[in-house]
Design a protein around this ligand. Sequence first.
Ligand SMILES: Cc1cc2nc3c(=O)[nH]c(=O)nc-3n(C[C@H](O)[C@H](O)[C@H](O)COP(=O)(O)OP(=O)(O)OC[C@H]3O[C@@H](n4cnc5c(N)ncnc54)[C@H](O)[C@@H]3O)c2cc1C
Length: 296
Amino acid sequence: MTSCCAPEGTFRRDEPLAMRTTFRIGGPAALFAEPAERDHFAAAYAEAVATGRPVYILGGGSNLLISDEGLDGVVLCTRNLASRRPERHGERLFVLAGTPLASVVNWSATHELAGLEGLVGIPGTVGGAIRMNAGGRNGCIGERVARLWSADRSGRICEKATSDVAWAYRSSDISDPVLAVEFQLRSEPGDAVSRRRREYLQAKSAAQPIRSHSAGCFFKNPEGASAGRLIEMAGLKGRRLGDACVSAKHANFIVNVGRARAADVLRLAQTVRERVRDLYGIGLESEVHCWPQTSL
Ligand SMILES: Cc1cc2nc3c(=O)[nH]c(=O)nc-3n(C[C@H](O)[C@H](O)[C@H](O)COP(=O)(O)OP(=O)(O)OC[C@H]3O[C@@H](n4cnc5c(N)ncnc54)[C@H](O)[C@@H]3O)c2cc1C
């Protein structure tokens, strides 16, 4: 399908971004758009690519650390590309990519559809979750995707089967904006799905600082080990740099306890990484995406 042109006035200049992230950190975007229709989004993506500047796709901003200086590029946000409620076709569920993940998890649980309840408590959008292959010990979202629709760099909307995507631990090879997705779920009559959803959420909120400003787990778990456990054993719980702090509740969360800057978070993350490497010989890899791309 070929997209149309993005309507006049689609792009805004110097859009503040901090409040669009769960960290509440980051400077403005030089150019910004949040189209509400799939074909407008695809067209805006082609226009953004044609500027030759870096292009960033923003969902719920819950896995991001944006530079204090902001972004000299184009940010396309999916938040207006949201379904009011999922479309159900038997055991399949269709949603637009900017839909909050939580609303789809809750909807499927109350409609006795199993498969997404393990993602309860993960903030952000469906599209962001797919790009990140979000999940945890109760499964990853990639396992539930039947097919998805994304825009390509020339503004066309393309359909992909889940087998076209390389799903990995907290990652995928998706580089273009995901616009919509269809999940394959499993009918499970009764209240078992809702019960599991509640139990998983209780366990998550008991273990993680889910109400603090953070981007979730900062580091990926190294093969066969827990990043949080390594950071805790290194005695770094509560370590603070400016207003960035290693959470006392879960050591793999760096939280913004006031007016932390991205530079504080990065320096603290670097300290954590060096300490863990010196003590245990393990190099922690960032799970959080830094914009512009920065290596620790
Ligand atoms: C309190 C807390 C708890 C968390 N718990 C978990 C957890 O249990 N498991 C887990 O996996 N994660 C967890 N996270 C991290 C985060 O919520 C997930 O990675 C989430 O799925 C990111 O979605 P988002 O819409 O916020 O993406 P964003 O943060 O906006 O973007 C993340 C990445 O995805 C890309 N992206 C976003 N939308 C799209 C799109 N439509 N198409 C293509 N690329 C896109 C962005 O360009 C960026 O590279 C947690 C975060 C917080 C703050």
